[in-house]
Write a protein that binds this ligand. Structure first.
Ligand code: MN
Length: 152
């Protein structure tokens, strides 16, 4: 573990001493224009705090898993899908993703979307939707519009 100074500044949503990482290593997963910074991670902590940022029109992977997410929107705007609900997002909104619930975050076309995400340090691997899962999700008109990046 590298030593961490007790206080670090951020500039333009980049924190001192924090690497800008690819969103994830899983190349089966569909995503677009999104980066990751791990803000807090320590063997003695059971949670990690990460910052994700999507460029305008970018999106996270549509996935589900047993572990939960606690999300705080920090910048920009967009929409999220959690279960069968599509919600618009703006700074300071809170989003809770319960276990085994389909979820995805999408930046609005002209705006980035940046959020803090708290997650278990030890967690299960995300599941991706099958063609059948996608068909089921898309049968709901508002979810279909969200998945086509055309939220109402
Ligand atoms: Mn997730």
């Amino acid at each position: 573990m590298t030593s961490r100074p007790p206080h670090r500044k951020a500039k333009d949503h980049r924190w001192e001493g924090v690497d800008l990482l690819p969103y994830k290593e899983d190349d089966r997963a569909l995503f677009k224009s999104i980066t990751r910074q791990v803000l807090f991670s320590d063997p003695d902590m059971h949670a990690e705090l990460r910052y994700f940022e999507m460029a305008p029109g970018g999106f996270s992977t549509l996935e589900r898993h047993v572990h939960m997410h606690a999300v705080l929107i920090l910048r920009g705007c967009g929409h999220c899908l959690v279960g069968d609900e599509v919600k618009s997002l703006e700074p300071r909104d809170l989003v809770t993703v319960p276990p085994m619930t389909w979820h995805q975050f999408r930046a609005t076309k002209g705006e980035p979307l940046g959020f803090i995400c708290m997650v278990n340090a030890a967690r299960d691997k995300p599941q991706l939707p099958t063609a059948e899962d996608l068909a089921k999700l898309s049968s709901d008109a508002k979810i279909d519009a969200f998945l086509r990046n055309e939220p109402g």
